[in-house]
Write a protein that binds this ligand. Structure first.
Ligand code: DC
Length: 217
């Protein structure tokens, strides 16, 4: 049976960075499921589809091709969009797009397919509850809202993405609410997931804590 390490948590909780470090050290394939929803958000913008036009978004979702390569580069219909899916415009609409149940059905199927036959570390919002509820290792990462906004601000600056701290804080607050109140695939801690509050922890401390658990047996 392939190894599945599932991680959920809100924006800025450290999931992305931590999953990528652990993937390298433990030879796991890293699957960032947020990237799949971000691709659909980008495609929606590119096709000038209104965010309220769910019918067209669902249609688009079944047509687009999303790939993530071994270096975590993201492709939408063959075009590299690794940077483009992190833009402010995409970030503003992605949570709403990911709330559409039909979109989630398509994305969950795609994410399961991406993991087929591989040892993976997969992070998102519903990995421990919907995508792989039977994963051998399940974690829920969390951190204070202010700390999460600070991290995202720093990350954006490093990537050259301009978004003010206040806008980031506001966006994270809105996404938290939306992600936690979705009809399908809401962000909740699975009963059997290990809860880690990363507010006062370094990346290395969180990484070591998780590695100890997943390589401990
Ligand atoms: O992890 P992220 O910030 O790149 O995710 C972008 C959005 O996608 C996030 O606001 C919620 C949604 N998402 C989701 O609903 N389910 C997932 N498994 C991953 C992300």
């Amino acid at each position: 049976m392939n190894k599945i390490v599932a991680i959920d948590g809100p924006a800025g909780s450290g999931k992305g960075t931590i999953a990528s470090v652990i993937a390298d050290r433990c030879h796991l394939v890293n699957i960032d499921t947020g990237a799949t929803y971000r691709c659909l958000a980008l495609a929606t913008l590119k096709n000038n589809i209104e965010i309220t036009n769910q019918k067209e978004i669902i249609k688009l979702c079944s047509k687009i091709k999303i790939d993530i390569d071994a270096e975590n580069k993201v492709y939408l219909n063959g075009e590299e969009v690794t940077e483009a899916i992190r833009s402010e415009d995409v970030t503003k609409i992605v949570s709403n797009i990911s709330s559409i149940p039909e979109v989630r059905n398509i994305m969950v199927a795609l994410q399961r397919k991406m993991a087929e036959g591989k040892d993976v570390i997969m992070e998102g919002r519903d990995i421990t509850t919907v995508v792989f509820p039977n994963a051998q290792y399940k974690f829920y990462l969390d951190a204070d809202l202010n700390e999460r906004a600070k991290r995202r601000y720093k990350q954006n600056q490093e990537k050259g993405i301009t978004m003010s701290f206040e806008d980031i804080l506001d966006n994270i607050k809105k996404r938290d609410y939306n992600d936690m109140h979705k009809k399908v695939g809401a962000l909740i801690k699975a009963e059997d997931a290990i809860y880690i509050d990363t507010t006062n922890m370094t990346i290395e401390q969180v990484v070591l804590k998780i590695i100890k658990i997943i390589e401990g047996d």
